[in-house]
Design a protein around this ligand. Structure first.
Ligand code: UN1
Length: 503
């Protein structure tokens, strides 16, 4: 039995609670808009203040817990997530629409991140470095920073919160977590499992609500020491300006306009499967989605022909039905944005080859479905070739050789993920070097990052930090440099040096 219209709460200072104002907002299923998944506290600045105060208090004890002890709790969390994987994934499909196959992958990415942290807690290495003076010892250690403000998007409701919550806590930072208001139920399940795993309640504070009412006060709160945000470049710039005014450490994971290049020597079936998965997986609503296909002119005609046939055959519907291949857009606004871009593409002179409209057949009338859409004849200057659409729309650009493919690829403000299909090792290495992106796939689609590898982009995709892998632990900890002088006398660096006696 599906539990609809459930009442969810904030979690502040160890207690489940409503917003101070008592107001609530609804979360609905984008595949069946009349289904309310739950109601959530419509929090405001006063709730953020309470949460930050609780996190500041918790910092004083949490920072002193040995890192391997913190890590042990992540082993338990991973086990609990494995146990609840199916239930979490179904809830996620209901609240944001992507198909069950993908929400299971999303939950798995959270599980992998928890187990990775369980091991990382026994590393969190510093350096020992020789001193230039005798009887002196130099080293660096990694210290917690303070209260972490975490703001996450709706397209990966479990994986992305885990990418932030888990390393923040492992490094000793209590947190205030504001999940996207489209996916607050999955976020709440994560917090419930974290508590069940045995984390001390004060270190985790969950505040539901909008970007303006909760996100902005969180970013601006002087008690918050670092911010990690994933979302649009426009919001990222605003956060950076606000947090930068207080010199906070900020990690921004922003938009993308990712492309797959296909060369004539590529394995065509593989390239075809790759672009279908990259462009229409998650209904194109990934920051890593393939929204441009850069095709060599020699294969353009045949490739496009096959691609259109396959795109037209994609089964659209409610993601809970295992036979469905593509779910809805997140809401009506997003579907309208997608459609506006399709109209822009047509006005710009691109050729609409498939899709291009709402999908409202049979059982899909009550949801925000859009047909897989492909444009050919796209030129690099068109808006559909440059702007992030966040929907199932693919722009195909024809090129004459590898140099042009790379130039076209780089002709965007973004630089997250990139891909090339080729059997030519020279072309592959040239692409690895010259594609302006934080991630390059050879013979794989632009989506599919693994949790133990650095994740992030260049240009307007971010501000240089990386999530995932060992690199995210660098963001969530501060390096402290320590000198221990056991000579018993004043030794002056740079001055009392150069006195090596004969041995
Ligand atoms: C995102 O789109 O915001 O590589 C993250 C991928 C996923 C993560 C995507 N593992 O597509």
């Amino acid at each position: 039995m599906i539990d609809t219209d459930k009442k969810y709460f904030n979690f502040i200072d160890g207690k489940w609670c409503d917003a101070e104002c008592g107001e609530r907002f609804e979360n609905r299923n984008p595949a069946r808009w009349d289904e309310v998944v739950g109601t959530f506290p419509k929090s405001k600045k006063e709730d953020v203040d309470k949460a930050v105060k609780a996190a500041c208090k918790a910092f004083q004890t949490w920072r002193l817990v040995p890192v391997p002890e913190r890590a042990r709790l992540f082993q338990k969390l991973g086990d609990l997530m494995v146990q609840h994987k199916e239930e979490i994934s179904k809830l996620m499909t209901r609240e944001m629409g992507k198909i069950l196959l993908e929400t299971r992958g999303d939950t798995q990415e959270g599980i992998d991140t928890a187990y990775y942290a369980a091991g990382e807690g026994r590393r969190l290495f510093g350096h020992t470095v020789p001193s230039e003076l005798p009887n002196k010892f130099n080293m660096t250690v990694r210290m917690p920073i303070g209260v972490a403000g975490l703001i996450t998007p709706w397209n990966f409701p479990m994986a992305i919160p885990c990418w932030k919550v888990i390393p923040a806590l492992l490094c000793g930072n209590p947190l205030v977590f504001k999940p996207a208001s489209f996916t607050p139920a999955t976020a709440t399940r994560l917090i419930e499992l974290i508590l069940e795993a045995g984390f001390p309640p004060g270190v985790i504070n969950l505040v539901h609500g909008s970007g303006t009412q909760v996100g902005v006060p969180l970013v601006q709160h002087p008690g918050v020491d670092l911010i990690s945000f994933t979302g649009s470049s426009a919001v990222g710039k605003d956060i950076n300006a606000r947090a930068g005014a207080q010199l906070k450490r900020v990690s921004l994971e922003l938009g993308g306009k990712n492309a797959q290049i296909v060369m004539p020597d590529a394995n065509m079936e593989l390239a075809l499967e790759g672009v279908l998965w990259g462009a229409f997986g998650t209904t194109g609503q990934r920051c890593t989605a393939t929204s441009r296909l850069i095709l060599h002119q020699e294969i353009h005609y045949d490739f496009v022909d096959k691609l259109i046939n396959r795109a037209n055959a994609i089964r659209i519907g409610d993601g809970l039905d295992e036979s469905v291949e593509m779910g809805p857009c997140i809401d009506e606004n997003q579907r309208n944005t997608v459609h506006e871009y399709v109209q822009i593409g047509q006005k710009e002179g691109a050729e609409l080859r498939c899709g291009g409209g709402f999908y409202e057949e049979d059982e899909c009338k009550g949801g925000w479905f859009y047909r897989p859409t492909i444009f050919t004849g796209v030129t690099p200057e068109m808006r559909i070739a440059k702007e992030e659409i966040f929907g199932p729309v693919l722009s195909v650009i024809k090129v004459k050789d590898l140099d042009e493919a790379i130039a076209v690829h780089n002709n965007t403000d973004y630089g997250l993920s990139s891909s090339i299909y080729t059997q030519d090792v020279n072309a592959a290495f040239k692409a690895m070097r010259d594609l302006e992106a934080g991630i390059t796939y050879i013979n794989g689609p632009t989506i599919g990052a693994e949790c133990h590898m650095p994740f992030g982009g260049v240009k307007e995709t971010g501000n240089g930090h990386r999530e995932g892998g060992w690199t995210v632990y660098e963001f969530f900890s501060e390096i402290k440099t320590i000198y221990v002088d056991f000579s018993g006398k004043l030794q002056r660096a740079q001055i009392d040096t150069g006195k090596v006696k004969e041995c």
